[in-house]
Design a protein around this ligand. Structure first.
Ligand SMILES: NC(=O)c1ccc[n+]([C@@H]2O[C@H](COP(=O)([O-])OP(=O)(O)OC[C@H]3O[C@@H](n4cnc5c(N)ncnc54)[C@H](OP(=O)(O)O)[C@@H]3O)[C@@H](O)[C@H]2O)c1
Length: 249
């Protein structure tokens, strides 16, 4: 049976690439973001690539910063799609937040989006899955949850907190037939930050999306993307010499 996936932050970058990858594997899609014009273009592109009348693609405007709006917006989409099997909690931002440089507002807003917005999305997804008797939550965290990056402290903190939240949710929800998967991408070439290509082992959003969807289909509890070389470097993350990361800042 064709499954249905809902992706937040689908208008660009990894979320957009995930939409193409899930579509190629036959999924029905729910796509959300703030820039609805980009979602409309994405839906047109997906329909042109997969002219399959049976495939459902629903789009919806969602700003995860409006935490109280997340549940009602997602519930409406879940209903329009006839139920959803997988929710990918992907919407997120990054900003430089050098310490002691007057960036408190920037840091607060970032944490609102990446942590509070993400938790609000997980909450809505799990409520839906409980009524359906199961489902899968996929949280897009980051390698930055394991490795501190200078001038990106708020981002690292938001992702470390989100990873921990997902780990707790996984334990809590297992007996309800709800799987929780934490994806930790390394560096992916998107517009999230300038000069992503200067970061080590950066890969395209398409390559990242392929690996992510494969991990999701295997219902893995955690996954690092790209697997090579990060899976092998993982024990070293957090233990590299500080000078190495200072050079990147
Ligand atoms: N690129 C990387 O190297 C990398 C590495 C590790 C983890 N990640 C994580 O992967 C996820 C996607 O990042 P990306 O690189 O694809 O970034 P991106 O290209 O900038 O895309 C971010 C997506 O999130 C959406 N978004 C941002 N703020 C939002 C809000 N308040 N409400 C709803 N949607 C919002 C954006 O849509 P609208 O602007 O249209 O709302 C956009 O679709 C993020 O969680 C990021 O932290 C990325």
């Amino acid at each position: 049976m064709q499954k249905t996936v809902l992706i937040t932050g689908a208008s660009a970058g990894i979320g957009r690439a995930l939409a193409f990858e899930f579509a190629a594997r036959g999924y029905h899609l729910g796509l959300t973001a703030r820039r609805v014009d980009l979602l409309q273009t994405l839906r047109d592109e997906l329909q042109a690539r997969h002219p399959d009348a049976a495939r459902r693609i629903e789009i919806g405007a969602l700003d995860v910063d409006q935490a109280s709006q997340v549940a009602p917006t997602l519930q409406a989409l879940f209903t329009a799609l006839g139920g959803v099997d997988i929710v990918v909690v992907n919407a997120g931002v990054n900003r430089f937040t050098p310490v002691g440089k007057g960036k408190l507002e920037v840091a607060t807003a970032l944490i609102q989006t990446n942590l509070i917005g993400a938790i609000a999305t997980v909450e809505a997804a799990v409520e839906h899955f409980v009524t359906r008797g199961g489902g899968q939550v996929v949280g897009i965290s980051s390698l930055a949850s394991l490795q501190a990056i200078p001038k990106q402290g708020a981002y690292c903190a938001s992702k470390a907190a989100f990873s921990m939240y997902l780990d707790a949710a996984r334990i809590e929800l297992k007996h309800k037939n709800i799987a929780v998967c934490a994806i930790l991408p390394g560096f992916v070439l998107t517009d999230i930050m300038p000069k992503m290509e200067k970061y080590p082992f950066a890969v395209s959003a398409e390559k990242a999306a392929k690996e992510i969807v494969t991990l999701v289909e295997k219902r893995k509890p955690r996954g690092i993307v790209p697997a090579w070389p990060w899976r092998w470097l993982r024990p070293l993350l957090g233990h590299f010499p500080d000078a190495l990361w200072r050079k990147l800042a």
